[in-house]
Design a protein around this ligand. Structure first.
Ligand SMILES: Cc1cc2nc3c(=O)[nH]c(=O)nc-3n(C[C@H](O)[C@H](O)[C@H](O)COP(=O)(O)OP(=O)(O)OC[C@H]3O[C@@H](n4cnc5c(N)ncnc54)[C@H](O)[C@@H]3O)c2cc1C
Length: 394
């Protein structure tokens, strides 16, 4: 595998760097609510107007039709530009990274035409209604039911942990349409309008005091049958492609940003007093060792990301190998922010920046989500064991 960039890719990098220098917002991202939604959508519109939305989306859907490597280069330049926000937290994440890509692979022409351009133009927020109180790791055990009535589905049940449901317009929703079929067979993947009568959303506050999770309740919510993506009762196959994108390519920006975070942390360690109360933190052998390991591990993560991109380019959709990257990335993300707290020490108790110092506590608290969301590390290990290594099922 050749890891050198082509001349075209290097020119693309230079173009991205210049554009980002001129267009990156200086403002902090509002942490919650309508203001956050408007900030994220405004940034998506800025990207679209500048020709930087959907870099790796096909041109027929409004993207630039470039490679995943170019998409990754753009993320690297974004991270290096020292932005005041991260891409992974954006409420445009689902639409861009797995809702839209799922429609491209499984949607019909009308669904693609109705939704894909709106995602890219920053007109709409998507959320994901997969998990339920009794169905997380065992997603196929979901019980939110949908009954066909004429040319509509009537949905009743509950979802939970739905990120950004309270600011979303559209949901990728999994429902049980055949209760008598084996559990993987009676599921459908539907596009749900979040303004539909019968939907109630209750916000959940997390330990970092941010509300971006919700419970969503459905009381006889009517959804046109034309919103079923793929065939009715064939939603498990569609959901697997959604999870393939979510575990395979969706976190590319975050993987790349982690490398920039480690560099920032090395700078912090140069300027902060270390455990002996005299010398800089980086002079402490143990901290230096952990920083060096983190730098090596983000380099390994980059190589894994590029290998994943190269595999996806051959097959068209991310395979189960994405779970290896997701697993390594999730655990590494936590190690990096744990190290950050050890370097920052008691100052980590500050939740707002002082004298230009970085803020590490919020991201540290959020790092716990990295081994849960999109499938826990245990589930990713099961997938790697069974579907990548071909080990027998327990
Ligand atoms: C930040 C974040 C954002 C999220 N956003 C969304 C969203 O937008 N939409 C959505 O639908 N969901 C979302 N989720 C939910 C997420 O998908 C689930 O939390 C996850 O799949 C785990 O399910 P669970 O919480 O029900 O845990 P459980 O499935 O109950 O798991 C509990 C524990 O048992 C272990 N376990 C369970 N089964 C097995 C097994 N077979 N083998 C080994 N160990 C096992 C798990 O690893 C875990 O440690 C989000 C979660 C997080 C943290």
């Amino acid at each position: 595998m050749n890891l050198d960039l082509t001349a075209e890719e290097q020119a693309f990098r230079a173009e991205a760097r210049t554009w980002l220098r001129d267009h990156l917002p200086a403002d902090e991202r509002p942490p919650e609510g309508t203001e956050m939604r408007e900030f994220d959508l405004a940034w998506q519109r800025t990207l679209f107007d500048g020709g930087w939305a959907g870099i790796n989306w096909p041109t027929e859907y409004g993207g630039r039709g470039l490679s995943d490597i170019q998409q990754m280069i753009w993320y690297e330049e974004f991270a290096k530009a020292d932005p005041p926000f991260t891409l992974n937290n954006s409420c445009t994440f689902v639409g861009n990274n797995h809702g839209g890509p799922t429609l491209m692979v499984n949607g019909d022409d009308a669904q693609k035409a109705a939704h894909l351009p709106r995602i890219l133009r920053g007109e709409v927020v998507w959320c994901q209604g997969f998990s339920e109180p009794g169905a997380g790791s065992d997603l196929a055990g979901l019980s939110t039911k949908a009954v066909i009535d004429g040319d509509e589905l009537v949905v009743t049940g509950q979802k939970t942990w739905t990120s950004y449901a309270h600011v979303a317009d559209v949901q990728e929703l999994l429902v049980r349409t055949d209760p008598d079929a084996p559990k993987h067979k009676g599921i459908s993947w539907v596009i749900c309008d979040m303004a539909s009568p019968g939907i109630e959303i209750r916000e959940i506050e997390t330990m970092s005091h941010v509300t971006d999770f919700c419970e969503v309740f459905y009381d006889e919510v009517r959804i046109p049958l034309s919103n079923v993506v793929g065939d009715i009762n064939n939603g498990w196959k569609v959901a697997m492609s959604t999870l393939g994108f979510e575990r395979g390519t969706a976190f590319m920006a975050d993987q790349v940003e982690l490398a920039a975070t480690v560099e920032r942390l090395i700078e912090e360690a140069r300027h902060r007093t270390g455990p002996d109360g005299r010398r800089p933190a980086i002079a402490d052998d143990e901290i230096a060792r952990r920083l060096a390991t983190a730098r090596a591990e983000v380099a390994a993560l980059r190589a894994m990301t590029i290998a994943g991109i190269s595999r996806t380019a051959r097959t068209g959709v991310p395979g189960p190998e994405g779970s290896m990257i997701r697993l390594f990335h999730g655990e590494l993300h936590q190690r990096v922010y744990r190290l950050a707290l050890d370097i920052v020490g008691p100052d980590a108790l500050r939740l707002t920046p002082v004298d230009g110092e970085g803020v590490w506590t919020g991201p540290y608290l959020q790092s716990f989500a990295y081994t849960i969301g999109g499938g826990t590390t245990d589930i990713q290990r099961n997938i790697v064991g069974e579907r990548v290594l071909g080990l027998p099922r327990q």
